[in-house]
Design a protein around this ligand. Structure first.
Ligand code: GDP
Ligand code: MN
Length: 350
């Protein structure tokens, strides 16, 4: 599960990792004072280059920039909130991340002397394994690598806090880009990108984060449609809409949940169906390849808990992990159909 920047930064603060002061602005919030940095809260990266991170110097500029950013879709995603932060006076931008090195079963700190929006073009990254006993050593090496000897103690604390945060919060990625060296020689997390390990959710009751259906492709066809469709892959999604139509039923939408679909993104997809008042059925037609049928099953179970008055579900799942999916759904007494035609016949007969 990927977090929004403001969510990631709220975790960093719990572990004493310095972040700029800021506030989350919703469309109905009072605008922040100026000057201020306004940052679109979407899940995709590259916001700066897309115009989603802007400096507003006057109150007039704040109002105009807020409305611009709320309307700007970044890789298909519009923000539901904007992070308003104090303006940092930047001396230098550094790249720091913690990642899991799967081949070594270790946690690795990756750094670059030149962070910022062009970091992808850098080649000379420093890499150090971080473990329970060596955070001071890694902090010292990082200070050397970055050529910041006067920041050695600060970097040692930073490595210690980042590592603790990464482990305790079950992260699989923690990226700070830029780690800002300010004009008054402070090191501050200017941006934060966090991916949490979905499999560790059971031990974190406090993991309540905003999820969107990013990566999916939703097309509204008919507000008065009675049958919603959920499928994976554009071809299967289109064929599903056609099959509903061929049965003499009224399809409401086209929805391809996308190859990167996760439990949360599929639950978010269900939310998009709430704008259709006439729905009597939802057809779910999944051929699991990269998408795992058991993840879709978990999303179905979760969606039934979260959304009241969900129309009747007509589900056909096959492929990757279909057996596990069938078991999960059976334990909730949710019916599965062997083919799409069987599912559609039931809708016609209902
Ligand atoms: P990203 O493009 O999604 O990674 O968004 P970032 O939060 O990393 O912001 C992109 C860039 O905007 C940074 O690399 C900085 O160069 C710039 N930026 C962000 N906040 C500030 C700020 O407070 N002051 C200044 N001068 N630049 C900023
Ligand atoms: Mn960034």
């Amino acid at each position: 599960m990927n977090l929004l920047e403001y969510e990631a930064k709220s975790i960093l603060r719990k572990f004493n990792i310095p972040t700029p002061s800021g506030a989350v602005i919703r469309s109905d919030s009072k605008p922040p004072g100026s000057p201020v940095v306004l940052k679109s809260q979407v899940h995709s990266g590259g916001r700066g280059k897309a115009g989603g991170v802007r400096l507003a110097k006057s109150d007039d500029e704040v109002a105009k920039t807020l409305s611009d950013i709320f309307r700007l879709a970044i890789k298909g995603e519009k923000p539901r909130s904007i992070l308003a932060e104090e303006v940092l006076e930047i001396n230098r931008e550094i790249y720091v991340s913690l990642v899991i090195n799967r081949s070594d079963s270790s946690i690795e700190l990756v750094a670059n002397r030149d962070g910022g929006v062009e970091v992808e073009s850098q080649t000379d990254f420093g890499r150090w394994e971080v473990s329970d006993g060596n955070q001071e050593t890694v902090g010292r090496k990082l200070a050397e690598y970055l050529d910041l000897p006067e920041q050695e103690f600060v970097l040692q604390d930073l490595v210690k806090n980042l590592y603790e945060c990464f482990v305790k919060e079950d992260m699989i990625l923690l990226e700070i880009n830029p780690l800002v060296l300010t004009a008054d020689s402070k090191l501050v997390a200017g941006d934060a990108k966090v991916t949490l390990d979905d499999d560790a959710k059971f031990r974190h009751d406090d993991w309540i984060f905003e999820q969107t259906s990013a990566g999916s492709n939703f097309v509204s066809l008919d507000r008065q449609g009675t049958v919603a469709t959920i499928a994976n892959g554009a071809g299967l999604a289109m064929a599903t809409v056609d099959a509903v139509h061929a049965r003499g039923l009224k399809p409401a939408n086209f929805l391809d949940i996308g190859g990167g679909a996760t439990v949360d993104s599929v639950v978010a997809s269900f939310k998009q169906l709430s704008g259709f008042p006439q729905l009597t059925a939802i057809v779910i037609n999944i051929f699991g390849g990269i998408v795992r049928c058991d993840d879709v099953a978990r999303a179905i179970i979760e969606a039934r808990k979260q959304f009241d008055n969900l129309p009747t579900l007509y589900i056909r799942l096959s492929g990757n992990r279909a057996k596990e999916a069938a078991e999960l759904l059976a334990s909730e007494s949710i019916t599965l159909y062997p083919t799409l035609s069987d599912a559609l016949r039931e809708i016609s007969n209902a």
